[in-house]
Write a protein that binds this ligand. Structure first.
Ligand SMILES: Cc1cc2nc3c(=O)[nH]c(=O)nc-3n(C[C@H](O)[C@H](O)[C@H](O)COP(=O)(O)OP(=O)(O)OC[C@H]3O[C@@H](n4cnc5c(N)ncnc54)[C@H](O)[C@@H]3O)c2cc1C
Length: 384
């Protein structure tokens, strides 16, 4: 095992660091020094300008093929980029559900036409994708989705409702699970559809999160006609009625690698150590150091994951263990920051805002109770 970076990788890091540091400062200045949250309408527009800046310089999706807007970097270089991204204090990616969730499934299961027609526009922020899986009665139990797609001449008629659709109110497209066999139950008879939100019969209603940002939407489908060619290469991703397998491929990369890379937590852990130096007593400094080690352990774990993936493995049920680790780590890091800040933590600032969002980590991407069930049954082989 060689844990050192090569000269080329170090050069890649230096280039990324230089560009990110300079450009994030320029973008912040453009936003008057204090960009709004990307989960508000105003902030989303500001963040899109940042996405465009990344894309134009070839930094939006470094590990993708050049024809799709990337620079063909290795997964290790992507990890380095992510470290530098968060170290430089760059903003959350408002394109994340497209580039980190849908795109890996398009690479794995999409047709060449879907890849050519969808990925580059996604990377450029021309098309903005949201995830339409959860429904009012299908969250943890995703296999009970009831939104339907009925086959008609030239396309599908969609009916039903999705909820908790992150940034749905600001997006242009949705990738969702729909029941295409009306007589089916549970995991069978579901199809993964790619849906332009401007389709007549679709209503998107944004609503506020607990922190006040309009980060969520409900999406209603009322006899919405989705033409087969509404998306380049066709609206079905993967096999017809094989939607569950596609969804599990998406969930594997979401939980196990792409959505929350170690760079995010390493950067937070470094900031926490600085805060602990400034304000902590012995006990709090020790807790901060322990949390930093947990972030470092996540980094080491991810290097092992990437080594397996580069060798041809697919993310499997182990992704659930990874998700447990990063979501609990985020809560740990932020809780310590609030203890360090004491009464000052009540003033809304980056640490308290980060803590509020960290609390949702054990819920999104599949709740941690469900991840424990998956790990117990499918990794450890325990009985149901
Ligand atoms: C910040 C955030 C962003 C999100 N973004 C999206 C998005 O973009 N698109 C999307 O489709 N969804 C999104 N979601 C929804 C998310 O996927 C669901 O909230 C999640 O899957 C849980 O479903 P639920 O809310 O219906 O809770 P429920 O499924 O009703 O669960 C309630 C509680 O019961 C527990 N529970 C349920 N079943 C079991 C079981 N079998 N064993 C043990 N415990 C169980 C759960 O762990 C949980 O604690 C988002 C959620 C959050 C918080």
């Amino acid at each position: 095992m060689d844990l050192t970076w090569s000269a080329e990788e170090e050069a890649f890091r230096a280039e990324a660091r230089g560009w990110l540091t300079e450009n994030v400062a320029a973008w912040r200045a453009e936003c008057g020094g204090a960009p709004a949250s990307g989960d508000t309408r105003e902030g989303f527009a500001q963040h899109l300008r940042w996405e465009r800046r990344l894309f134009d310089a070839g930094w939006a999706v470094v590990s993708w093929a050049p024809e799709d807007g990337g620079r063909g970097s290795s997964l290790w270089e992507w990890l380095i980029f992510e470290e530098e991204y968060h170290r430089a204090g760059c903003p959350p990616r408002v394109t994340q559900n497209g580039i980190f969730l849908l795109a890996p499934s398009i690479y794995e299961l999409g047709t060449p036409e879907q890849r050519a027609g969808i990925l580059r526009r996604m990377a450029a922020g021309d098309d903005l994708w949201c995830q339409g899986w959860s429904e009012p009665n299908a969250g943890s139990d995703l296999a009970s989705v009831t939104s339907k797609a009925e086959r008609v001449e030239g396309g599908w008629v969609l009916n039903g409702q999705k909820t908790w659709t992150t940034r749905g109110g600001f997006c242009t497209h949705l990738f969702g699970l729909f029941r295409t066999d009306p007589d089916s139950a549970r995991h069978k008879g579901l199809t993964y559809l790619l849906v332009p939100l401007a389709t007549p019969g679709i209503t998107v209603r944004g609503f506020g999160r607990l922190d006040g940002d309009e980060g969520f939407a409900e999406v209603f489908f009322a006899d919405a006609f989705l033409a087969d060619d509404a998306v380049p290469g066709g609206v079905v991703l993967g096999e017809l009625e094989g939607g569950w397998a596609v969804a599990m491929a998406t969930a594997g990369s979401e939980r196990g690698l792409t959505l929350r890379s170690p760079g995010r937590f390493l950067a937070t852990a470094e900031r926490l150590l600085a805060l602990a130096d400034e304000r902590g007593d012995g006990v709090l400094r020790r807790r901060a150091a322990t949390a930093w080690m947990h972030a470092d352990a996540y980094q080491q774990h991810t290097l092992a994951t990437v080594t397996k993936l580069a060798g041809g493995a697919r993310p499997g049920a182990e992704a659930s263990l990874t998700k447990l680790w990063w979501s609990e780590l985020d809560v740990e890091l932020h809780e310590i920051s609030l203890d360090l800040l004491g009464p000052d933590a009540e003033l809304v600032g980056p640490w308290s805002k980060g803590w509020q969002f960290a609390l949702s980590g054990p819920i999104y991407a599949g709740t941690n109770e469900i991840q424990r069930n998956i790990a117990a049954e499918r990794v450890l082989g325990l009985p149901r």
